[in-house]
Design a protein around this ligand. Structure first.
Ligand code: THU
Length: 161
């Protein structure tokens, strides 16, 4: 038996001022759109802002439903819109922000497993890594690609056996 280890890498920033102007702007967009989330059941409001290769910014938020599984996360709302309407433009970056009735979350928000899988598919589709920015009051995490958020993943090449 051999024990193996997978390392994940990310950068921890103390706030928006450590990001480039463009990335800070993307986080601001995610914060802004989180305020328009439809989340009457959880009270958890998430915003996602996606930047495409030509600089276009697409935003989305979580859309809940009384039939709970019919809802969708903010990240997938934004990514699916981007991929549907700009099928030839790689996604370069996504910023994710979240708030409750008490205001912005303290710890950087973590995307759910399903959204990580969709981020991976989007990277694979365009063969382009996506910078992922997780926003929080106490700090901001930056991942250079989905691999560190979804190690040992099921990916398009997995289908080939
Ligand atoms: N949610 C997101 O929008 N993104 C995530 O990555 C985590 C969870 C939403 C789904 C649901 O509307 C609410 O947050 C509580 O789970």
């Amino acid at each position: 038996m051999k024990q193996r280890e997978i390392r994940i890498l990310f950068n921890e920033l103390s706030g928006l001022d450590e990001l480039t102007e463009a990335m800070a702007g993307l986080v601001q967009e995610a914060r802004k759109i989180s305020e328009k989330a439809w989340s009457p059941y959880s009270g958890f409001c998430v915003g996602a802002a996606v930047r495409l290769a030509d600089g276009t910014i697409i935003t989305g938020n979580n859309q809940e439903n009384a039939a709970y599984p019919s809802g969708l996360c903010a990240e997938r709302t934004a990514l699916f819109y981007a991929n549907a309407n700009y099928p030839d433009l790689p996604v370069e970056a996504i910023a994710i922000s979240a708030r409750t009735a008490g205001g912005m979350v303290r710890e950087p928000v973590k995307p759910c497993g399903g959204c990580r899988q969709v981020l991976l598919e989007t990277e694979a589709r365009f063969n382009h890594p996506i910078q992922i920015i997780l926003d929080g009051l106490n700090g901001i995490y930056v991942f250079e690609g989905i691999d560190s958020l979804l190690p040992m993943s099921f990916r398009p090449s997995s289908l080939k056996g």
